[in-house]
Design a protein around this ligand. Structure first.
Ligand SMILES: Cc1cc2nc3c(=O)[nH]c(=O)nc-3n(C[C@H](O)[C@H](O)[C@H](O)COP(=O)(O)OP(=O)(O)OC[C@H]3O[C@@H](n4cnc5c(N)ncnc54)[C@H](O)[C@@H]3O)c2cc1C
Length: 363
C-alpha cells in the first residue's frame, strides 16, 4: 500500500481519491476550500464523449474510457453512499445547422462510431422536429443524437466521490491548503499543510488553476491559464416538450441542460484572459448565449433567469488539455490537471491513468 497525497478536491482530485482508496491505497486528499469550490462548482456537467469529433488517439481513448466508467460508477456510488446523484440519462442532441460547411463530418463520425460500437443517430430536420418540437430555428438542418452521452450534476458527483473515498478509508481534509513540499532530487518526500507534514510515496497534483504555483514550488512550473465561463439557471412555467423526451441540447457551444421541474441550466461563455492574465465576466457575452438559446428554442423566452454564476476553466498553456502523467524531473509526482472544458467528462479516465503506475508499483 502506498501513501498517496492528492492536492485538490474538485471532480478530478475526488475521482482519483475515490478510485485509489477503492484499490486499497492510503489516500490523503487536501482541499483548501470545500469539495467543488473551484471550476467544478461552475460546470454544467455535460458528458460529450461519443458525440465528440475525437475519433482516434488519446482524446478518443480518454472519452470512451470515461463514458464506459460512468455507466458503472453512478450505481456503484449511490449504493455505497446512499446519495442520489442527479443526472440525465436521455443522451445529447447535438444540433446541425444549414450554414455549416462541414456538416458531412457528422455522417463520417456516425460511420466511425458504428465500427467502435457506439451507435449514433443522424436526424434530418423532420426527425428533429418529431423528437424535439421545442426547437424551431430555420437554421436547423437536423441533429446527431447520442444516447450514450449525458449529463451529471458536478457538485453532487464530487460530494459523493468524497463520501465514497472516505468509505474506503481515505483521509479527506477540507480547508487544508498545501503550502510547500519537502523534496530531493527526483522525489517529493513530504507535503506541508498548516500544522502538519504528510509523508508521501506519491503526490498527485489535481489543483486545477492552483497547480501552477504548486509546480513552481517544485521547481518545474506548468502554466495553466484561466478561461472564464458564465452560465445561468432558467425557470420556465412548464418543462419544454411537456417534460417528455428531455435530453441535453447542444449547438454552437450553447448547452440547454434540463434539471427537472421546468428548470434548465444554460451556458456557457468562453472568455480568455487579457495580456495581464486577468479575465472579468462580460455581461454582453452572457446575453449573447441567452439570445442564442432563445433563437434555437423560442419557448425559453418565457423563462426567468433565477441564478447566474461564472467559473474559471483550467487550460494548459502550450500543451493540449488535459495534463495527465509525471511532472518532469520527478518519479513520484503525477499531474492530473488542466482539464479545461472537459474535466467532469474526463475525470474517470484520468483516475484510471493515475491509478496504473501507483497500483502497479508498490513504493
Ligand atoms: C461555466 C463552466 C461550464 C463547464 N461545463 C463543463 C461541462 O459541461 N462538462 C465538463 O466536463 N466540464 C465542464 N467545465 C470544465 C470543468 O469545470 C473543469 O474542467 C473541471 O471542473 C476541472 O476539475 P478539477 O478538479 O481539475 O479543478 P477544480 O474544480 O478547479 O478543483 C481544483 C481544486 O484544487 C483546490 N486547490 C487549489 N490549490 C490548492 C492548494 N494549494 N491546496 C489545496 N487545494 C488546492 C481548489 O480549491 C479546487 O477546489 C465547465 C467549466 C465552467 C467554468
Amino acid at each position: 500500500m502506498s501513501r498517496v497525497v492528492i492536492i485538490g478536491g474538485g471532480v478530478v482530485g475526488a475521482m482519483v481519491a475515490y478510485e485509489l482508496s477503492r484499490l486499497g491505497q492510503a489516500v490523503t486528499l487536501c482541499e483548501r476550500d470545500t469539495p467543488g469550490a473551484g471550476s467544478t462548482g461552475a460546470a454544467l456537467g455535460v458528458l460529450m464523449g461519443i458525440v465528440s469529433q475525437k475519433m482516434t488517439g488519446r482524446g478518443w481513448r480518454l472519452r470512451e474510457q470515461s463514458i464506459r466508467r460512468y455507466q458503472t460508477l453512478l450505481p456503484e456510488l449511490t449504493t455505497l453512499t446512499g446519495r442520489e446523484i442527479p443526472h440525465n440519462p436521455q443522451g445529447i442532441v447535438m444540433l446541425r445547422f444549414t450554414d455549416d460547411p462541414r456538416d458531412d463530418r457528422w455522417h463520417r463520425l456516425q460511420r466511425v462510431r458504428e465500427k467502435q460500437g457506439w451507435p449514433l443517430e443522424v436526424w434530418d430536420r423532420e426527425e428533429l422536429r418529431s423528437h424535439c418540437p421545442q426547437l424551431e430555428s430555420d437554421r436547423l438542418l437536423g441533429a446527431v443524437y447520442s444516447p450514450q452521452d449525458g449529463q451529471i450534476n458536478p457538485r453532487a458527483l464530487t460530494a459523493a466521490l468524497w463520501a465514497g473515498a472516505q468509505h474506503y478509508g481515505a483521509d479527506c481534509r477540507l480547508s487544508t491548503a498545501v503550502e510547500s513540499f519537502g523534496f530531493d532530487e527526483e522525489r517529493c518526500r513530504e507535503v506541508i499543510v498548516a500544522g502538519a507534514t504528510l509523508a508521501c510515496d506519491w503526490l498527485i497534483l489535481a489543483a486545477g488553476l492552483g497547480s501552477t504555483p504548486l509546480t513552481a514550488q517544485l521547481q518545474q512550473p506548468v502554466e495553466i491559464q484561466p478561461v472564464l465561463g458564465q452560465a445561468f439557471r432558467v425557470k420556465l412555467p412548464q418543462p419544454l416538450n411537456g417534460g417528455n423526451f428531455d435530453p441535453v441540447i447542444s449547438g454552437e457551444d450553447v448547452h440547454i441542460v434540463p434539471l427537472g421541474g421546468g428548470e434548465y441550466w444554460i451556458g456557457a461563455t468562453v472568455e480568455f484572459p487579457d495580456s495581464q492574465g486577468d479575465v472579468i465576466a462580460d455581461p454582453a457575452l452572457k446575453e449573447q448565449v441567452w439570445q442564442q438559446a432563445i433563437a434555437l428554442c423560442p419557448a425559453l423566452a418565457q423563462g426567468e433567469i433565477v441564478e447566474s454564476w461564472s467559473g474559471l476553466r483550467p487550460r494548459p498553456q502550450g500543451q493540449p488539455a488535459p495534463l495527465i502523467g509525471p511532472l518532469p524531473g520527478y518519479t513520484n509526482v503525477l499531474l492530473a490537471t488542466g482539464h479545461y472544458r472537459n474535466g467532469v467528462l474526463l475525470a474517470p479516465a484520468t483516475a484510471q491513468a493515475i491509478s496504473e503506475p501507483i497500483c502497479g508499483i508498490i513504493a
